[in-house]
Design a protein around this ligand. Structure first.
Ligand code: ZN
Length: 240
């Protein structure tokens, strides 16, 4: 007869086993870093999922879409094929985003996010990857973004976010600054800054594929302020 405590332990041990076997998907990862001709551009959040709470910047879902659209256009100007997981304010589940990416052979996947923290002093850029094949692309994106004046370096790290760990092709997730920080969040509200973010990410992708110095900075997209509707202070748990 098991005591209450050991029955509890056994329960959690079984639960751990079950959850491991259901969440561990074994994707066979492909290294397309030297061959890719397609970039899947993933604008984080959307629809009912606003993303990071708005303090100094617009809602995350608005700025991720804007940067993604600019990135999409710049990559096309650089002769890549592109696929956007969303091109309007709609909710797309994470697994569906992954599936869209995995359907594009000879591709890489770039997910655009902005960050949030309870500590308003925290600021800077973070880039994540899961497949070791994506590490150099993540490093390059981070390095290029850090050439933007005022951006702080919070590092490049492996992470098990769903859009990364279940991806067949090299996938990275870029956190383009903290909306909870006055400096980062204020910049995120500027179309010029968002264009620069997209430009640096685009440059990194082109250089990863074709080598340094081949990127022609495309023409800037005209841009006013992003729509910033009243009542958009939605507090949604950031999902990625
Ligand atoms: Zn996010």
């Amino acid at each position: 007869m098991l005591s209450h405590a050991s029955r509890g332990l056994l329960f959690f041990a079984l639960l751990a086993l079950v959850s491991c076997s259901t969440t561990e998907t074994t994707v066979s990862r492909k290294n397309t870093l030297r061959t890719f001709n397609t970039v899947v551009v993933d604008a984080g959040h959307g629809g009912k999922d606003s993303g990071a709470s708005r303090r100094f910047g617009p809602p995350e879902k608005v700025v991720t879409l804007d940067v993604a659209q600019r990135l999409n256009r710049k990559l096309r100007e650089s002769q890549f094929k592109t696929v956007m997981t969303r091109s309007s304010d709609v909710f797309i589940p994470l697994d569906q985003r992954v599936a869209i990416g995995n359907r594009q052979s000879n591709s890489v996947f770039v997910s655009i996010h902005f960050n949030d923290s309870r500590r308003r002093g925290i600021r800077g850029i973070e880039t994540y990857y899961s497949s070791p094949y994506a590490a150099s692309l993540a490093q390059r994106i981070q390095r290029k973004l850090l050439t933007i004046r005022g951006m702080a370096n919070r590092g490049v790290r492996p992470a098990r976010f769903r859009v990364l760990r279940n991806a067949v092709y090299p996938s990275v997730l870029v956190e383009c600054g903290f909306l909870s920080n006055r400096g980062d969040g204020g910049r995120a509200g500027s179309a010029g800054h968002r264009d620069l973010l997209a430009d640096k990410i685009s440059e990194a992708i082109v250089e990863e594929r074709y080598g340094a110095g081949v990127y022609n900075a495309p023409t800037r997209m005209a841009g006013g302020a992003v729509p910033d509707p009243q009542g958009a202070r939605t507090l949604t748990a950031p999902s990625r």
